[in-house]
Design a protein around this ligand. Structure first.
Ligand code: HEC
Length: 274
């Protein structure tokens, strides 16, 4: 009898323990996701970690920051960088900058888009429509390189995911321009920036204090503009982040309820064995 009890109770306890550790693991994985960063070696780019509102299980984008970030992209970055994968109509989506449809129509029209060919076989320029993707500032790579001393400004659609450090990396590059330390060999036409791999970058410092006016009265420092445009580019690269976080949270609740049910069912089943 005694030995029988032993064999019954031990799998029961280990089952409970497995459930508990599973729940803890799931919680940890969801809570930590997006916050882990690998340790930095001495010669790697200097990247400052920002406490973004979209990090963590309950993280969401800040609509006002996305609107300011759009303005920074439009007035500054769009002179050199394309944003091929984003369409104007995306700017009205919930979870994004959430502009009204009338606002999106108006802001799309401030861009010139190449369309055609017309009946004569010629391409022509027209104001942008909500269904258009953001147009590229240069007709082709060669034109961009010719205008920018040989350097190519990359498309920014997925930059917040592709760049080392993600949105932190974008913010750090935009705020990272400094005088090169004595003895540093800066190549012609490049700018010293320890946030960029190799500490020199072809992009001239794009932001200066007070450059972009914010309608909501937020101070337009370089740091603020850099944060807002980085958040905007994070949204561009991952527009469904908010929904993903909500989904993660629902899965967590579901797993919790399921674990609880399993626990009581298991207890009941084993209690009947007495
Ligand atoms: C005058 C043109 C110009 C403007 C304006 C400009 N950039 Fe750049 N940017 C470049 C060029 C050229 C490069 C490529 C640099 C290189 O490869 O060394 C670059 C590189 C970058 C990179 C690094 C990409 C990589 O390959 O790692 C980021 C991030 C970036 N730009 C973001 C921005 C943002 C955000 C803005 C607006 C605030 C902006 N840029 C404004 C020309 C520009």
């Amino acid at each position: 009898m005694d030995s029988k009890m032993m064999t019954i109770s031990s799998p029961r306890r280990s089952f409970g323990r497995t459930l508990a550790s599973l729940a803890i693991l799931a919680g940890l994985a969801l809570g930590v996701a997006g916050q882990v960063s690998p340790a930095r070696a001495a010669d790697e780019p200097e990247i400052k970690k920002i406490d973004w509102p979209f990090i963590g299980v309950f993280g969401t984008y800040d609509t006002n920051a996305l609107r300011r970030g759009y303005k920074v992209y439009k007035e500054v970055c769009s002179n050199c960088h394309s944003l091929n994968l984003v369409h104007f109509r995306n700017l009205s989506e919930v979870g994004g900058p959430h502009f009204s449809e009338a606002q999106v129509k108006a802001l799309a029209a401030t861009f010139q888009v190449t369309d055609g060919p017309n009946k004569e076989g010629d391409m022509f320029q027209r104001p942008g429509l909500p269904s258009d993707p953001f147009p590229a500032p240069y007709a082709n790579e060669e034109a961009a390189r010719a205008a920018l001393g040989g350097a190519l400004p990359p498309d920014l659609s997925v930059m917040a995911k592709a760049l080392e450090g993600g949105p932190d990396g974008i913010h750090s590059i935009l705020t990272g321009y400094k005088d090169a330390p004595a003895g540093f060999k800066l190549q012609d036409g490049l700018h010293y920036n320890p946030a960029f791999p190799g500490s020199q970058i072809a992009m001239p410092p794009p932001l200066s204090d007070g450059q972009v006016d914010f309608a909501d009265g937020t101070p337009n420092t370089v740091d603020q503009m850099a944060k807002d445009v980085a958040q905007f580019l994070m949204w561009a690269a991952e527009p469904k982040l908010d929904q993903r976080h909500q989904m993660g949270f629902m899965v967590l609740i579901y797993l919790g309820v399921l674990a609880g049910l399993l626990y009581f069912v298991t207890r009941k089943v084993w209690a009947d064995q007495h």
